[in-house]
Design a protein around this ligand. Structure first.
Ligand code: C2E
Ligand code: MG
Ligand code: MG
Ligand code: MG
Length: 284
């Protein structure tokens, strides 16, 4: 390892040689510290109806307050957290925090719309998930109807009797379940019949080129039609242009989420955003 060019007799380490493995270890240690010390925050992104623009919900998206790098996106740490068995601790914090914050904004006059939280597949292996969710709802006072849980297709594809029991228990409490990134996972749709799902979130990858790519438009049309016949709601992710929104409305997709409506924002900004948005909507 210590290479030929060195005039130092024992060079085991230089920053340039810092391996990917040691960087990961370092990140893992920082992540563990942040979990212990509460170094995360939630941003929320609104969802609106495509037909009349009405506010329909908020999705909670976690950010890591990294000691050196500032706010870090989940794209950069969720995979590591999953690999190291740390995601449960993060997701549980997210669940409790989102329920708390949703209760707080309800008390300040926010319309009664649901908050969605993302849950990693690992979560559903815990036999107590449904009980823990019930406990958080009781503790925070958020009505179960105002909590949605987003899960991935892979959670459902690999579901066993335990996962099915958990999903049914959540549904019985009144919590609704949405499939995130729908269409990117698996080609078998049989799992939709076996699980109590309420909503499909059409992945951004089908929305991006929707207005100029006929194949994407065909896929979105098919998803929306299938969702209708199965009585599932539909949300399009990553809506960035008025043309996309107009076409989604025309295709019958019920809801939209994306930068066109608003980016994810800190909890303190939500109420103001909602008031401005409603004024704009009424004056149209
Ligand atoms: P997701 O659940 O599909 O969330 C949507 C992602 O798309 C968010 O990225 C959001 O900021 C981004 N986005 C929203 N609108 C637009 C748009 O118009 N254009 C583009 N280009 N992007 C848009 P974010 O916040 O970086 O989250 C990434 C992923 O991390 C999420 O994807 C979700 O799978 C995961 N994630 C977020 N929070 C949590 C969490 O609390 N627990 C777990 N397990 N995963 C989480
Ligand atoms: Mg999501
Ligand atoms: Mg998604
Ligand atoms: Mg996505």
């Amino acid at each position: 390892l210590a290479k030929e060019s060195s005039h130092q007799p024992f060079q085991f380490y230089t920053p340039a040689l810092e391996s990917r493995a040691s960087r990961m270890l370092n990140q893992e240690q920082l992540l563990r510290q942040s979990i212990a010390l509460g170094g995360f925050e939630l941003h929320y992104q609104p969802q609106v109806r495509t037909d009349n623009g009405a506010l329909a919900g908020f999705e909670a998206l976690v950010r890591w307050r990294h000691p050196q790098r500032g706010l870090v996106s989940p794209e950069e740490f969720v995979a590591l957290a999953e690999a190291r068995g740390l995601i449960t601790a993060i997701d549980r914090w997210v669940l409790r925090q989102a329920c708390h914050e949703a209760c707080a904004w309800l008390a300040q006059g926010m319309p009664r719309v649901p908050v969605s939280v993302n849950m990693s597949a690992q979560e559903f292996r815990h036999p107590d998930l449904a009980i823990d969710v019930a406990a958080v709802l009781a503790e925070t006072g958020l009505p179960a109807q105002l909590l949605h849980i987003e899960l991935t297709e892979s959670t459902l594809m690999h579901s066993d009797a335990q996962v099915q029991r958990t999903l049914h228990a959540l549904q019985q409490q009144g919590v609704q379940l949405a499939i995130d990134d729908f269409g990117t996972g698996y080609s078998s749709l049989a799992y939709l019949r076996r699980h109590p799902i309420h909503q499909l979130k059409i992945d951004r990858s089908f929305v991006t080129d929707l207005t100029d790519n006929e194949d994407d438009a065909a896929i979105v049309t098919a998803i929306v039609q299938m969702a209708r016949s199965l009585r599932l709601g539909t949300v399009a992710e990553g809506v960035e242009t008025p043309a996309q929104l107009a076409l989604l409305r025309q295709l019958g997709c019920e809801m939209a989420q994306g930068y066109l409506i608003a980016p994810p924002m800190p909890a303190e900004q939500l109420l103001q955003w909602q008031q401005d948005y409603c004024h704009k909507l009424q004056s149209q």
